[in-house]
Design a protein around this ligand. Structure first.
Ligand SMILES: [Zn+2]
Ligand SMILES: [Zn+2]
Length: 345
């Protein structure tokens, strides 16, 4: 089969690799019908996640079950499914407490042996272990493009918005209008805020944020913290969502909220450590939340919200390309020439 593989820093090639097959009773073989290139894939592309040459890429995918192991209860051949970007066992202590993102058996698709040794979804086929806990059926009538993001970026946007504790009438600042920030801009509105400010330095991204209900603030031209204060009677946002992960955007997210507010960070941190403003957090009674999304908890309700017409995640897709063109797709995405790219095998 064909698959997009890591071949070295900033080198992706589509090559012929062995078609995977199921070994465990809890596994399913998926014929992939659509995959996407994600900001997290760039960590591998740029060499920040050390992958070996030839390992398969991709963790956002949907497809059709081709074969199911004897222990799989929820899926059978022919079912259309969307998978979480990671697998969780469902039976360890933290899974049983509902924290699937902290599963002790967690492994991530598309990052080679370093993140669990699973296959990649930017390919014609992929095996999903722990399938009953890691996938959801796609409702009839829903397109692949509508469903694909519930396995990663839409779930992350919802996780971020829920943990921002948005109340009706609130002002929310979303720092970063990349794919995750755009999803958060969409999800924040489910909680009834009066304002969702979208902060970014790229006008084309801010235009999409505006289409999705955000009030754009271009932080390359204005001081974002002052702009939020100006539009909130001088006090700042009730909560902020951080969707980038670099120190400057984390700092903006911390400093644009009012006393008693909440900062919800989902951007993957670019640094292991940094200065944390303890005194400001004490002085302003702030709450800081962060983490990798608990995808398994959100997939089902998000599919229901999409089916009900309350969420339109497919609106952020800017480019539809063939899997064969994955090399060019990575180049374009890394160069910020595309908001979101999907690939068909
Ligand atoms: Zn992703
Ligand atoms: Zn577990």
């Amino acid at each position: 089969m064909k698959g997009a593989t890591f071949q070295g820093v900033e080198k992706v090639s589509v090559v012929d690799v062995a078609k995977p097959s199921i070994h465990g009773a809890d596994e399913v073989l998926i014929k992939v019908t659509l995959s996407a290139v994600c900001g997290s894939d760039l960590h591998a592309y740029h060499g920040r996640i050390p992958m070996a040459a030839g390992e398969l890429l991709g963790h956002e995918f949907v497809g059709v079950v081709e074969e199911a192991g004897s222990g799989v209860k929820r899926f059978k051949p022919g079912d259309r499914v969307v998978a979480s970007f990671y697998i969780a066992c469902g039976h360890c202590t933290l899974c049983r407490k509902g924290w699937f993102n902290e599963c002790e058996n967690l492994a991530t698709f598309g990052f080679g042996r370093v993140l669990g040794g699973l296959g990649g979804g930017q390919a014609e086929y992929i095996v999903v272990p722990m399938a009953d806990q890691s996938m959801e059926p796609i409702p009839a009538g829903m397109t692949d493009e509508q469903a694909i993001f519930v396995g990663d970026i839409l779930a992350t946007g919802m996780f971020a918005a829920e943990r921002a504790e948005i109340k009706p009438g609130d002002a929310v600042a979303v720092v970063g209008a990349g794919p995750v920030g755009l999803m958060a801009t969409m999800c924040a509105q489910l909680f009834g805020p009066a304002h969702v400010f979208a902060i970014d330095m790229v006008d084309s991204r801010l235009e999409i944020a505006q289409e999705l209900g955000g009030t754009p603030i271009n932080s390359s031209r204005v001081n974002a913290i002052e702009a939020v204060e100006d539009q909130t009677g001088g006090i700042g946002a009730d909560s902020s969502i951080e969707a980038v992960g670099v120190p400057s955007s984390i700092d903006t997210a911390m400093r644009c909220v009012r006393g008693g507010g909440t900062i919800s960070m989902v951007g993957v941190p670019s640094e292991l450590n940094g200065d944390f403003p303890y005194y400001m957090f004490w002085e302003k009674s702030l709450t800081f939340r962060c983490g990798r999304c608990n995808v398994q908890r959100y997939m089902r309700p998000l599919l229901d919200l999409i089916a009900a017409g309350r969420l339109h995640p497919e609106k952020i897709i800017s480019h539809r390309m063939k899997l064969d063109d994955a090399e060019e797709a990575y180049r374009m995405f890394a160069a910020r020439e595309a908001t979101k790219i999907v690939l068909t095998p």
